[in-house]
Write a protein that binds this ligand. Structure first.
Ligand code: SF4
Length: 466
């Protein structure tokens, strides 16, 4: 084995080679609650390697944490912002006054001090940090920073998951997630946008939005507004999807939505898929179609409405791919209820489908329901669903032959590459096998998009040439 001289492997950084840390000035006004907010922001700044400046002119940027309680406090805060603008020029405002509106409904601070870079309300560490990252990015220091800016990822470099919330407010009778993870807790929108931006900057071409219930995003915080790029954005699925779609467009990437429950506001998401950056794909775990079974499952949606919505969405965007999961043999499921599910599937023509035989998870309340279905019947019903789905999938994929679809390459193979179209999520859906191009100058590369003409299909996958 050839050995490397030790000096090359362990070469220390040249003295003074590291970029000096950016400095942030901090003005903290207001009550003890505001003080705690200031401490949290300062802690986060320190944790990320920013330094604090003791004077205005030694700072690269100033944060003013304001108070808006009484008139005198408002004036003091406005004066402090004015002073920071005059002395330094780069100012981010946070705190109670940031949430205050003028009598005409406009943002008070922006009106009086239009030059401030960003304004947030109180308890907004994530939003303040997102603004700091935008206006005073800290250069990544490979010798000091333990974690790359996009965080540690277990997925390939070109796709990543974005978890937007934790927990769930539903109590489906077959599920124990709420008892393990608690009620819904949505992550701040500014924090999500920052994470998404870091991922795109690091080369991610497909962002997969996940949660237990993506449609419920923001319910726990009453859809409060956060700030992204200096403008308010609601903690709401529609606004999050719109903002992620715009970001994905800048980076030539895709956003894919998983675990979407078919609430009425999902109608607003379909138009956001028009330019293809939010891919026309919805993963909607429906679990069953019969109203009585859904009731016993304590599911938040009814089967009939699901069908109505699917048909309407397909009218709005004929390219829409729908993925779903179903449970066969749920306790009490009669043969008639099961056949109702089969009829639903024939009509709904779900593109991608997973079906599980009911499994009595320990602790699930459904285990106590009357008339459990014997295991062999559960398995037999699962088999019937999959057989039907195979035929549906075959027909739907056959309709793509002759069309050109955009494909993101996941891996190279001796005969070309394996990739996925907008209709295929990684790991769970089918793939597109892309033939090696004849022309030597045309090369397929992992993490790149190609237009692929589809030449063949089976019940799961497609084949084509770029
Ligand atoms: S199945 Fe999904 S929606 Fe129902 S309780 Fe579990 S996590 Fe929540």
């Amino acid at each position: 084995m050839q050995s490397q001289p030790l000096s090359r492997l362990n070469k220390p950084a040249e003295p003074g080679a590291a970029t000096p840390a950016p400095k942030v000035g901090f003005v903290s006004l207001g009550c003890p609650k505001a003080l705690v907010d200031s401490e949290q922001i300062l802690t986060q700044l320190r944790a990320e390697g920013y330094e604090t400046a003791k004077s205005y002119d030694g700072a690269d940027l100033v944060i003013v944490n304001t108070c808006g309680f009484i008139d005198a406090a408002v004036q003091e805060s406005l004066d402090a912002i004015g002073e920071a603008l005059a002395e330094n020029g780069k100012v981010i405002v946070t705190g109670c006054l940031g949430a205050k509106k003028d009598t005409d409904g406009s943002d008070l601070i922006q009106k009086i001090h239009p030059k401030v870079l960003a304004v947030t309300g109180p308890h907004a560490v994530g939003e303040v940090m997102a603004s700091v990252h935008t206006h005073l990015p800290k250069p990544h220091e490979p010798f000091i920073d333990l974690v790359p800016p996009q965080g540690v990822k277990l997925t390939p470099k070109h796709y990543a998951y974005l978890k937007i919330s934790e927990g769930c407010n539903h109590r489906c009778s077959f599920c124990i997630i709420p008892s393990m993870r608690g009620d819904l807790v949505s992550r701040p929108i500014a924090e999500l946008m920052l994470e998404a931006e870091n991922l795109f900057k690091a080369g991610v071409k497909e962002l997969l939005v996940i949660s237990q219930d993506t449609s419920a995003y923001g319910i726990d915080v009453k859809f409060r507004s956060g700030f992204w790029n200096g403008r308010p954005v609601k903690t709401h699925m529609t606004q999050l999807t719109e903002a992620l779609g715009q970001l994905a467009k800048q980076y030539g990437a895709w956003v894919r939505l998983h675990y979407v429950y078919p609430y009425p506001h999902v109608d607003e998401i379909i138009p956001l898929m028009a330019d293809g950056h939010v891919v026309p794909y919805l993963d909607i775990p429906m679990q069953h179609a019969h109203p009585e079974v859904l009731k016993r499952m304590k599911r938040p949606a009814s089967g009939e409405k699901n069908l109505e919505r699917i048909l309407k969405w397909r009218q709005m965007n004929p390219d829409l791919t729908i993925r779903s999961t179903f449970i066969a043999g749920f306790p009490g499921e009669t043969e008639a209820e099961f056949e109702y599910l089969l009829d639903f599937l024939k009509e709904a023509q779900i593109d991608r489908l997973g079906c599980f035989a009911y499994s009595p998870v320990e602790g699930a309340t459904a285990n106590a329901l009357d008339n459990p279905v014997p295991e062999e019947v559960r398995e037999e019903r699962r088999g019937r669903v999959m057989l039907l789905q195979e035929e549906i999938s075959k027909q739907r994929l056959k309709a793509k032959v002759g069309k050109t679809v955009k494909v993101l390459i996941d891996e190279l193979t001796p005969s070309g590459a394996i990739g996925r179209s907008a209709a295929d999520a990684p790991e769970i859906d089918g793939v597109v096998h892309v033939k090696k191009p004849f022309e030597p100058h045309k090369k397929l590369a992992v993490g790149q998009f190609y237009d692929v003409e589809i030449t063949r299909a089976d019940a799961h996958d497609l084949w084509g040439e770029s």
